[in-house]
Design a binder for this molecule. Structure first.
Ligand code: HEC
Ligand code: HEC
Length: 309
């Protein structure tokens, strides 16, 4: 607040209080007189309607006095007169900060018992999974879906088909540090015909027949693709490559989507979460993700929203 704005508010506030006091003084003149008078204000409406000039009721005067006194005390204690802070030093910002600190402390207390336990143990602990589920809904569901079922480009986390590996340590590393999957486009290298041959080869691995020459496709596969997707085309977790033989497609299962993947390439970025969420939350998330593809794991319940931030 600039000084002139502050002064303006101070003058405005004090003028209002002064005005209130003046009104009080003005109405007090009729004190001691009979409480009902025949004196009029002199105004006449509709020829014969007159306004009596009675003193204000006593209770109303007292209310007014109390209000003015309250205003004075309030302005001394709290911010109100321009940029003056008030003698209590209260501000909505410090009150908010204190509440936020108390809330953070409460959440840390809820998380503390899980800090020293490993992901495998946590994935069998229903209370831990409940917290993991809330964390998942707040941090991951926008991309992976609220049930972890994924969407084209965003992997399904409820199956056992992993890009980057399903070992507890690998899932933990994926969530903590993030991952970047990059598949270059092969449209130019293969040509339109070569892409159809490649599709014929890949679909033959699932026992399906397409029009292209799958033998020519297989040769190209070994030459261009096996380094990343593996000789058997089952994917390499260390490179984040999808298994191309199981009929589960990250970028959509329609033939046109698979053709697009080969022709133009694909990329996918899983953001890192360690810096924002800290170790314990990341562990709870990894435990929850692992439980999604483990039929025997306890199911997280909807209740218990503690520590879901
Ligand atoms: C901005 C979108 C986005 C958010 C938010 C996100 N992810 Fe991901 N996640 C991805 C993408 C995209 C991939 C696939 C990366 C790739 O293509 O290699 C992925 C991959 C993963 C994988 C590896 C899956 C596999 O098959 O190996 C796991 C596990 C995972 N995410 C868990 C999480 C968790 C837990 C959270 C929340 C803390 C989260 N993700 C938040 C986009 C996201
Ligand atoms: C440099 C490593 C690399 C090479 C070489 C490579 N790919 Fe990929 N490919 C990837 C990665 C990584 C992904 C996953 C992209 C993502 O994370 O979104 C992928 C994705 C795909 C997909 C989409 C899979 C799905 O589930 O939707 C297809 C299809 C595919 N590759 C086919 C091929 C073919 C055919 C070749 C050879 C012509 C090839 N790739 C060469 C790394 C590679």
């Amino acid at each position: 607040m600039t000084l002139s704005h502050s002064l303006f508010i101070i003058v405005l506030t004090l003028a209002n209080i002064g005005g209130a006091l003046w009104l009080l003084w003005w109405t007090r003149r009729s004190r001691g007189e009979a409480s009902v008078t025949t004196e009029t204000t002199g105004h006449v409406w509709d020829e014969d309607l007159r306004e009596l000039n009675n003193p204000l009721p006593r209770w109303w005067l007292w209310l007014f006095i109390i209000t003015v006194a309250f205003g004075g005390v309030y302005l001394a204690l709290y911010p109100g007169l321009g940029s003056a802070k008030g003698t209590l030093g209260w501000s909505s910002a410090t009150e908010h900060d204190a509440a936020a600190r108390a809330n953070a402390a409460r959440i840390e207390q809820t998380l503390a018992p899980y800090a020293a336990r490993d992901v495998v143990a946590l994935s069998d602990d229903r209370a831990a999974l409940n917290i993991g589920r809330n964390l998942f809904l707040n941090n991951c569901a926008t991309c992976h879906g609220s049930d972890g079922g994924g969407a084209p480009g965003f992997p399904n986390l409820t199956d056992r088909d992993w890009l980057w590996g399903g070992e507890p340590d690998l899932v933990l590393a994926t969530i903590a540090n993030g991952r970047a999957g990059v598949m270059p486009g092969w449209g130019e290298a293969l040509g339109a015909r070569g892409v159809e041959d490649m599709l014929a080869y890949l679909y033959s691995l699932q026992g399906r027949d397409l029009a292209g020459d799958k033998r020519a496709g297989a040769v190209k596969y070994t030459e261009l693709c096996s380094v990343c997707h593996g000789v058997d085309a089952r994917g390499k977790p260390e490179m984040g490559t999808p298994n191309l033989t199981d009929g589960v497609w990250l970028h959509g299962g329609a033939l046109t989507s698979v053709r697009d993947s080969i022709t133009h390439g694909r990329t996918g970025t899983m953001p890192e979460h360690l810096s924002r969420l800290g170790e314990t939350r990341v562990k709870l998330l990894a435990a929850y993700v692992l439980s999604l593809s483990k039929p025997e794991a306890p199911r997280a319940a909807l209740a218990d929203v503690a520590a879901g931030q």
